[in-house]
Design a protein around this ligand. Structure first.
Ligand code: UT7
Length: 338
């Protein structure tokens, strides 16, 4: 029976040109290239300069995705933008992206699921495609972390991990007749456990603390910067990402060995090595970008997909598994026949 499914028809990514090495960070805080490389696998990351915002990075990645699909912005029915570093408190950044693309009218929706944001956005977009409500959707992950990090030694456990960047895909409705070979998004699986919300979060600006959303005491405490219980995040990430992949494979009747490429969220090389080991996946099937871009949260997976295609690692017909874990805690997976 023919089924309406999503298919990726274009992708693009954009990394700001300014490279910030571990040595550069060691000039700002008490850290070292050796510590960062050993604990995380990160060697450098990108930081924006000047007034560049999240929607500016999203725009560049989106234009590239549209170009690679051979489409104009006017061909889109919807926009989803996943980010934890929005241009403003409100409205969401998708509306700024929409107008920068020269569009008006179509829905433009922000997704706030942090490192799992792209998987959530892809899943939500897929539901509109499956029901026939939309034909072509732009799904973007974009982040400007560098403006929101504590660059003193106080913030070193978090600040060395993050980088700026954006990635985007265009998905289109396709009629799938032969599920085992036709290119399409097979499934997405999403999970959340809010009991862990404060293990990785930015406490302020906040409606939860005081009568004003921001006050001097919050700033004095550094509540505007991310706070993380690194060990707790690590332990849960190496458990939840393999679970999410296994759920996807079971749901579709595949096994780990059937997967040609894994594109995991990139928070720490050691996490992804542990995830591959737990799954029993061959390390060479895991595509990593963490050494050069660090953790770009919602942007990581679409950047990874774009780079994997450019590197010739992701080719038509391949089975590709995506998985992410992050603040919330949120986690999830997606399985695609490319
Ligand atoms: O997408 C989700 C986002 N986040 C993650 O996935 C992060 C998950 N967690 C991790 O990746 C790891 O927990 C970290 C890389 C953050 C930390 O690695 P760790 O092996 O768990 O180190 P630790 O937290 O146990 O810290 C060891 C030491 C501490 O010093 P003491 O207490 O042993 O004297 C830290 O103060 O390393 C110190 N430290 C640093 N030293 C140099 C923490 N950050 C730094 C730093 N440079 N940047």
């Amino acid at each position: 029976m023919t089924k309406l499914r999503s298919r990726v028809i274009g992708m693009g990514s954009f990394l700001p040109p300014r490279v910030v090495t571990n040595e550069d960070l060691a000039q700002l805080m008490d850290t070292s290239d050796e510590w960062i490389v050993q604990r995380t696998g990160i060697r450098e990351r990108r930081w924006v300069e000047g007034v560049t915002s999240t929607s500016d990075l999203a725009l560049q990645a989106s234009r590239r995705a549209l170009d690679s699909a051979g489409l104009d912005a006017e061909d889109l029915d919807m926009i989803f933008l996943a980010t934890l570093s929005p241009d403003h408190f409100f409205p969401g950044s998708a509306v700024f992206l929409q107008t920068k693309l020269g569009l008006a009218g179509i829905p433009a929706i922000d997704v706030r699921q942090q490192c799992t944001g792209f998987v959530y956005a892809l899943s939500m977009a897929d539901q509109y495609i499956r029901t026939g409500s939309a034909h072509r959707i732009l799904v973007v992950g974009a982040e400007v972390h560098s403006k929101g990090l504590d660059k003193s030694t106080r913030g070193r456990d978090v600040t060395v991990l993050f980088g700026d960047g954006a990635g985007a895909v265009v998905i289109e409705a396709t009629k799938v007749e032969t599920p085992r070979s036709d290119a399409h998004l097979l499934s997405t699986h999403l999970f959340t456990d809010g009991a862990f919300a404060e293990e990785l979060w930015v406490p302020a600006v906040s409606t939860a603390f005081d009568e004003e959303i921001v006050d001097q005491r919050m700033l004095d405490r550094g509540d505007q910067y991310p706070k993380m219980n690194g060990r707790q995040v690590f332990v849960n990430a190496v458990k939840r990402m393999p679970e999410a992949v296994e759920t996807a494979l079971e749901h579709n009747g595949y096994e780990v060995a059937d997967v040609d490429l894994f594109v995991f969220h990139q928070a720490n090389l050691r996490i992804n090595e542990a995830v591959a080991q737990r799954l029993g996946a061959a390390p060479e099937k895991v595509f990593n970008t963490i050494d050069k871009y660090a953790n770009t949260t919602a942007a990581t997976i679409p950047i990874g997909l774009d780079e994997a295609v450019r590197a010739g690692r992701l080719q038509p017909g391949m089975l590709v598994a995506l998985a992410a874990f992050g603040s919330g805690f949120t986690w999830g997976s997606a399985l695609l026949r490319w």
